[in-house]
Design a binder for this molecule. Sequence first.
Ligand code: C2E
Ligand code: CA
Ligand code: CA
Length: 753
Amino acid sequence: MNMLVSTAQDELVAFLEEDARQPLPQASLAWKVLIVDDDPEVHQATVFALKGQHVCGRPLDLFHANSAEEAVAFLRSTAGVAVIFLDVVMESHDAGLELVRRIRGELGLMETRIILRTGQPGYAPEMSVIRDYDINDYRTKSELTHTRLMTTLTSAIRAFEQITGLTEARNGLASLAESGSKLFIPRDSRSFAEVALRQLESLFGSPLDAVFCGPLAGGGCEGDPEASGILAATGAHAALAGEGFDGLVQFPLVSLLRTARAAQAHVFGEGVTCLYLGRAHGKEALVCLQHPGGEIRPLVRQLIEILCSNLRVGFENVVLFERLHFYAYYDPLTRLPNRTRFLDRMDEGLAGFAESGWTVGIIDIVRFSELNDALGHRSGDLLLIEVTRRLKARLGREALVARIAGDAFGICWRPDGEEGVSAVLDVFLAPFLVRGHAVPMRARAGFAHAVLAPGGAVELLKRANLALSHAKLEGDQHWRFFSSEMESSTQSRVQLLNELRSALNTGKGLELHYQPQVLPTNGCIVGCEALIRWIKPEGESVAPDVFIPLAEYTGLIVEIGDWVFAEACRQIVRWDRSGLPPFRVGINISAAQFREVDFVAKISAAIENSGVDPARLELEITESVAMEDPDSVARQLHELKALGLRVAVDDFGCGFSSLGSLNRLPFDRIKIDRAFVRELTPATSQDCIARIIVKLAKSLGLDVIAEGVETVEQSRLLEEMGCSEMQGFLYGRPMHPDALAGWVGGNAGALRI
Ligand code: C2E
Ligand code: CA
Ligand code: CA
C-alpha cells in the first residue's frame, strides 16, 4: 500500500491511529471473519475459541467455506470481510496459496487480512509468498488456542481497520481534489450550493438530509439583496430549497444553525452537523446536515474540514462572480437591468414579443440633472427608485423595465392599444414625494413596435430613441411612435455631419461672411458680424440654421468655433493691411465653447497668434448661454473682458429669463432680436418690446443694436426709440470679406437714410 506523505496526510494517519484505539461509534457493526478449511473440526474449534468475543469493541461475525471455490463464491457476494483464516492444504497441497493469489489478484481484495494455517508443522510457505501476497500471519493448527487465536485475530483486525481507514482517507482526498475543480465551475450561488451538497454526500458515502444556507439573491438582482435562506437542499429537506430564513421556523436544525452562526464555527453534534463556511462580501454561508450514526468519525471530520476550506474559497469566488455579473448587467440603485441586459432580454424574447404585439419604449425624464443639483443626489436616487416602482406597477409583471441611462428607462411590454401606450407617461402626473418635497417631474417618450427587425433589439432601441428625439421637439409629456420617415431624416443628418467634419478637417468649404453694422444717422460702418457659410464641394450651400444646431448637438461646434474665432482675427489683420478703417467684428460663441475648461486660454492664444487688437472683437452670446452656468460664465466673461474684448447679448428678449443676469454679467451691448424688429409698426411702436429693451439697456448703461432691420420704417422707429446701431438687409447682407471691403469703400459713404 502506498504510504501517505504530506503533512495533512500524516495528520490523517495520526487520526486513524487514534481512531483505532477508541471504540468505534458504529459498535453494532461486526467484523466479518471467514474460515476456509476442508476439515470441519477446524471450523468447530475456531467457532468455539472465538464465540462471543469482541475485538476493538466490535463483535465477530464468523463465516465458513469448505473449499477454495466456496470461499471465492462467498467473497464475491460479501463485501467488507476483515480477516480470512485460510487452510493451506485443501484439495491440493497448495490450494490455499492458490486461493490467496485469486483473492488478491482476481477479486482485488487488498485490504482483507489473511492468516494462513496448516496442519503440518514444519510446512511453511516461502517468505516470498508471504510478502508478495500480503499475508498477515502464518500459524499451525495446533495454535488454535483461544489466547493465541485472539492475539492473532486482534492484530489482523487492527491492521485491516488501519488499511481500510487509509483507503477511505485516500478516496476522500481524491474526491476532495476532484471537488476542488468542481467547486470552481458554478457561476451562481445556487448551483454552487448544489455541487457543495453533492460533494458532502460523496464524502459521507451516502445521501444526506442537508441544507445549504446563504444569500438568496447572491450578487442579487431581483429580490431583497440582504435576504438569506436555503440555496439548496437534499433528502428530507429538499422542499426547503429557495425558502428564506423566515420560512425555517419548523426546520429542526434551526437552532444548530443559529449556534454555528453566532460562533462563526462548525458545530458537530449527535447525528447533526452544522458547517460554517464563512462570510464573503458580508454574506454568510452554512451547511446543516443530518447523518446516520452518532457523531462524525474524526477521519471524516478531518476530510470535511478540508472540504470546507475548499467550499469557503469556492463560495467567495461565486459571490464575487455574482457581484461582477450584477454590476455588469444591473443598475445597483434601482436593481433594474441595465441597457446591456435589457437588450439581451429583448433579443431572447423578441420572436414572442413580435407575435403578440409588444412595444419597446424609452422614457426620458425632463431636467433630471436639475433636480439632482437642486435637491442633492440622494433625492435624485429616491426619485429614480419611485419612478421604477410606478413604472413596474403600471406596466405589470410581464413587462421588461430597465434603466438604460442616467435619466432614461427602457420598457418593453404589451400595451392596451394606443391609450395604453400614452398612459405610460401618466406615471409622471402625480408629483414625486422626495424627502418631504412634492416635486413635479415631466418626461417624454419614444416608442417602436417590437418587430423582428434585422438589427434585433439594438435596432428597436434605436428606433425608439429616434422617436424620442422627435417627441423632445414637441415638448414635455409628449411621445412619438417611430416611423420610417424619421429614419431617413436621421440618415441624412448623419451624412451631413460627416461632410461637415471633413470640411473642417480639410479647410475646404467653410467661409466666414460678414454683415455690416451701421450708425443709422450716417450709414457709416461701426462693425460687422461674422457669420459662417458652408458651401459643399458640389456647390450647394448649407444654411447655418441647419448645420449649427447639428454641430452643437454633437459637440463639433467647439472645433468650428475655434476656427471661426481664429479666422475672424486673421481677417481683421488682412483688412487692416489693405488700409480699411478699423471697425469691430462680432463673433458668435456657443454654450459648448464656454463649457471647455480652456476656452479663455484658447481665445487669448488666438489673439496673440494673429496680433489683432482685442478691442476690435466682440463676442456674441445668447441669453441661454448665460443661464446655463451663470457663475462659471461670469468668471470667464470677466477674464475675457480683462483681455480687452467686448461682449454682447445676442437675440435679447426671447426669454427675458436672464434679466437678472444682465446686472451680474459684464455685458457691453444688447442685440435686439429680429423677431421684435419684424413686428415694429408705427401703431405698435409706443408700446412694444423693442422700446422696453432700449430703455432697459440705457438704464443699465449698455449699448444697444437692432438686428434684422429690413425696412426704412423699422430703422426710423428704432432710431426714434434711441437705438444707436443697426444691422440688417436694409444696409447689407452678410458678404464675402472682399465684398465687405468694397462695400465699406464704395457704398457706405453713399448710404444715407
Ligand atoms: P444670429 O447670430 O442671430 O445671426 C443673424 C442672422 O440673421 C444671420 O443668419 C443673418 O444672415 C440674419 N440676418 C441678418 N440681417 C437680416 C435681416 O434683415 N432679415 C433677416 N430675415 N435675417 C437677417 P445666418 O447667417 O443664417 O445665421 C443664423 C444663425 O446661425 C445665427 O444667428 C447664429 O446663431 C448662427 N451662426 C452663424 N454663424 C455662426 C458662427 O460662426 N458660430 C456660431 N456659434 N453660430 C453661428
Ligand atoms: Ca449673432
Ligand atoms: Ca441674433
